[in-house]
Write a protein that binds this ligand. Structure first.
Ligand SMILES: O=C(O)CCC(=O)C(=O)O
Length: 206
């Protein structure tokens, strides 16, 4: 797996506690997203440590009347087994995001997109059925990859590029009224890991 390090990689790991670079975008009257570029410093170091330490698994996902391998690898941590987060900086992120968004983030899903062929299809997170207005915070490390949103039921999509320590947060009615995807890429791209913080998700979402 070839991965190009970001040009100005800073290896000391830390986060922007003040959320200095955050901008909020209203998707409609009830849904919003926050984008905070380079919220995590030392993202390359975090990528390397997660890549090495996580036991990456392939999940099976339904496709029409059968099940297929999901085209990305997955890891999952939940705050109910007395086991610390896989890296101390994940604990810091979780605490800071919990404080900022007033949502008790209690699980961390990790997704490894190995190359341009890996992806996740259009979907809304399943825990919207049990959590009324779930806030989903995603920190991306590794190469930037497209992340798209579109209204549930169809409509023009909005495109973002997430990687290298960017923070992206979906809130309000976003998991009800909007769908998101990380599409396959047509040109070569290095690996990316998304670190996804959720509250109230009983099992790995989708
Ligand atoms: O990898 C991402 O940025 C999106 C992850 C996602 O949509 C999911 O796991 O449900």
């Amino acid at each position: 797996m070839f991965r190009q390090r970001s040009l100005f990689a800073v290896d000391e790991v830390g986060i922007d506690h003040a959320f200095e670079g955050v901008t909020r975008r209203a998707l409609d009257a009830t849904s919003w997203v926050d984008l905070c570029p380079s919220w995590l410093r030392g993202a390359d170091t975090v990528f390397d440590e997660l890549h090495e330490r996580i036991t990456w698994r392939t999940r099976r996902v339904p496709m029409y009347d059968r099940e297929v391998d999901e085209p990305r690898l997955h890891g999952w941590w939940r705050d109910d087994r007395g086991v610390a987060e896989p890296l101390p900086v994940l604990a810091t992120m979780r605490a800071v995001l919990t404080e900022r968004y007033g949502a008790a983030f209690d699980s961390i899903g990790l997704n490894l997109y190995r190359d341009r062929h890996d992806s996740v299809a259009w979907h809304r997170d399943r825990h919207r059925r049990t959590v009324r207005q779930p806030v989903v915070a995603i920190v991306s490390v590794g190469d930037r990859r497209p992340f798209r949103l579109r209204p549930h039921g169809g409509g023009a999509s909005l495109a973002f590029e997430l990687g290298h320590g960017d923070l992206f947060v979906m809130g309000g009615a976003c998991q009800h009224d909007w769908e998101h995807t990380v599409p396959k890429c047509t040109t070569g791209v290095g690996p990316r890991i998304s670190i996804t913080f959720r509250h109230g998700a009983e099992r790995p979402p989708r």
